[in-house]
Design a protein around this ligand. Sequence first.
Ligand SMILES: Cc1cc2nc3c(=O)[nH]c(=O)nc-3n(C[C@H](O)[C@H](O)[C@H](O)COP(=O)(O)OP(=O)(O)OC[C@H]3O[C@@H](n4cnc5c(N)ncnc54)[C@H](O)[C@@H]3O)c2cc1C
Length: 476
Amino acid sequence: MKRIAIIGGGISGLSAAYSLEKQRQAGAAVEYALFESSPRLGGVLVTEHVDGCLIEAGPDSFLTEKPWATDLCREVGLGDQLIGSNDPDRKTYILVRGKLVVIPDGLMFMVPTKILPAVLSPLFSVGTKLRMAQEWFHPPRKAEADESVASMVERHYGSEMVDRLADPLLSGVYGGEATQLSVRAVLPRFADMEAKHGSLGRAMLAARKKMAQASKGPARPLFTSLKDGMQQMVDAVVSRLPASSLHPGTAVQGLQKQNGGWVVSAGYASDEFDAVILATPARAAASLIGGTSAPLSAELSGIDYTSSITVNLGYDQKVRASLPPGFGFLVPRSEGKSMLAATFVHNKFPHRAPADRALLRCFTGGARGQNALALADYQILRAVREELRQIIGLTAEPQFTRIYRWNSAMAQYGVGHLERLQRIENLLAQLPGLALAGNGYRGIGVPDCIRSGSESASRVLAAVGLSEAKSLPTTA
Ligand SMILES: Cc1cc2nc3c(=O)[nH]c(=O)nc-3n(C[C@H](O)[C@H](O)[C@H](O)COP(=O)(O)OP(=O)(O)OC[C@H]3O[C@@H](n4cnc5c(N)ncnc54)[C@H](O)[C@@H]3O)c2cc1C
């Protein structure tokens, strides 16, 4: 019997456990133990019900185009629970000089693919509109080295595009800054498009046409979620794992390579395993592996994380009627606010708030506001409410509020991240039976984390000789 330890019980570790469980049920001679320091499993996936509203403390949905989360939900019997975002009402605003300006139609991430809406939009100055026209003739360019997203976007569209779109969009997804994040790791398609087409606008338009030709049937929603929230995914996966394999409330303090295997120490107990999946944030993995491989530990420590706070506010029908239509707004750094973004949940996923309620979810923290985590709840709330007053004129008293702090939860793929992953791969090659999973490596979203968990399971199974070794990256 081969024994595998999974350290970390967020969605990455749970996905690894689920993959191993399928192998076990198919007859593989394997058993596993999942260790999670918190008393609950699921990591940042937490759903709460308050006053008839469904509140997501962490992620509220996932990108539909990435299949791994949807596939997992279907496998664990949640196919009929999948729901799409309310895309006919999708509209996102950017705060520009204190006023909300709608993102024009045809903008794909930050690349304009429709000329008229971009030209007519007050989001951009005349100078940026001229840059958009010039961009159409950008010659193909194969970049020698990685660069920041800001640097690439600025080369194509100028600095206003970085400030008004690239930075707020990245703040919304990564809690990070366009000047720091690697274009190759965060927007790999952009680097490919520039090398092949030159103009990102022309490349995006070509990709869009190709997709439209290939796709049959109705357009899929941009975001997918679950009727009863993201916690449903955690609960369904956990219900398929034997309770004896799960050890919540058990922080792993030590990991040592010994006699061709691994010794995992948690509390006063130590246990031997043939292989280990480290599914914690990269910094925690760095500290656990420090005694075995100092170079690997140093590389893992180099992956930065930012912290995030979600502030949820419930209001009555009067407020709902007064709010702008659409999914919410993003706040560029230049506006000098602590808020990064706000979602109008009752529009994005209407059934998450009763028809006579408004539910707002605001984000603060990120790379811009790391100190926010130290503030008391009342201070965070006061700042958010004051900014909601300034931005959308909202002065009403909320019926309820919920604040969630996520300390160092959002991995930042800095410039050179892919080269770092290659060095990590090389170091892992010297440590058979060890795999990494989680949001620190090849994708921060829930679907990528699920893929990383299942790939790490395949990897360790291969390492202990229980399946054909597939050509998979060790840092899944
Ligand atoms: C506020 C917020 C909003 C987000 N929104 C979205 C979204 O809408 N869509 C989307 O796709 N993604 C979103 N993300 C990103 C996504 O949710 C995460 O990247 C993903 O869930 C991370 O999963 P994970 O298992 O890798 O890490 P985590 O959920 O962080 O789990 C890691 C686990 O390891 C445990 N651990 C650490 N050290 C040890 C130890 N020594 N021993 C035992 N256990 C340990 C921790 O307690 C933790 O539970 C969001 C993230 C946040 C924070």
